[in-house]
Design a protein around this ligand. Sequence first.
Ligand code: NAP
Length: 319
Amino acid sequence: MPRPGPILIYSIYQSDLVRFQRLLAGALPDVAIACASTPEVAASHLDDAVILYGWGFPSDMLEQMPKLRWLQKMGAGVDDILQHWRCGRQVLLTRTDGALIAPRMVEYVLGAILDKSMRFDTARRQQDRRHWNYFEVGTIRGLTVGVAGLGAIGSMIAKALRALGARVVGWRRSPKHCALVDELFCGRDALAHFVAACDVIVLALPLTDETRKLFAGDLLSRCRPGAHVINVGRGGLIDESALADAIRKRVVGHATLDVLATEPLPPDHPFWDNPHITITPHVCGPLVPEDVVPHFLANYEAFASGRPLMNIIDIARQY
Ligand SMILES: NC(=O)c1ccc[n+]([C@@H]2O[C@H](COP(=O)([O-])OP(=O)(O)OC[C@H]3O[C@@H](n4cnc5c(N)ncnc54)[C@H](OP(=O)(O)O)[C@@H]3O)[C@@H](O)[C@H]2O)c1
């Protein structure tokens, strides 16, 4: 029985592509595997590919793949794909399990919180002036941290923060119990109460029709004065002009943003000059081929033998 294929691997990062190809070719020596990092290189493989393992491909590429049956997104978010999804039921859409990316994202969130609570910016300013002046630092143990989105990534963030002594509250869609949080808020009606309870709000949500620009002016105005907003989900979760306004009014004290509504952030974007915003270029959850390929291979074996795959996207729910 022939193994399912050909597989097309697509990544805009050429150096990653080589590693993805080596790992897949080593594990699936009898399967045809093609690689592309541009639409031009992909073009000659689109007619035949049955499986696409990809990240960053143009949205209209899927329409040129008549034999496509399974698409595994290399990353954990699928909002970019679902925005233009016209494949119907004959194509199965899966994603990389967020749990494989989450450990690094936990470190990012801890770093963002500690950077503020340890007052490293104050220390750097003093150092520039060769100035020794005692100041009091904060502690995670004194904070209530809210995690919006208690999926694979949010759960791991909640667990780490609680282990360090924070009071952790969570917000999710379904009223599913979560033992990792001290208090759970569920659904749209509870969101304002969730926001009002937090010193730090971590966004670990997918971008869907329900979550797009969810964090807008009315909600941000409910923040505790000086709240720290950390976004590791998607930029589109936040209404950026409302965030700038909330910062100007000091309702939000600081925002640490790994994801922005437009990426790369345009050079003339006002966020660049805002001292109360820390911007990182979508770095907190890198796709390390060695970390994520075993998940693809396990799903490949399930696909090949007709078993259910892991991390199937519910198209109607959008995550
Ligand atoms: N910055 C980066 O580098 C990076 C890296 C990886 C992932 N991400 C982002 O992180 C997101 C989350 O990943 P994940 O693996 O944790 O996803 P996940 O396991 O699917 O969890 C999603 C969570 O969001 C909640 N949620 C979804 N829609 C909601 C709504 N309308 N109202 C309230 N809660 C809602 C879900 O609630 P239920 O539990 O009730 O279903 C669930 O708890 C991804 O979608 C991606 O956009 C970013």
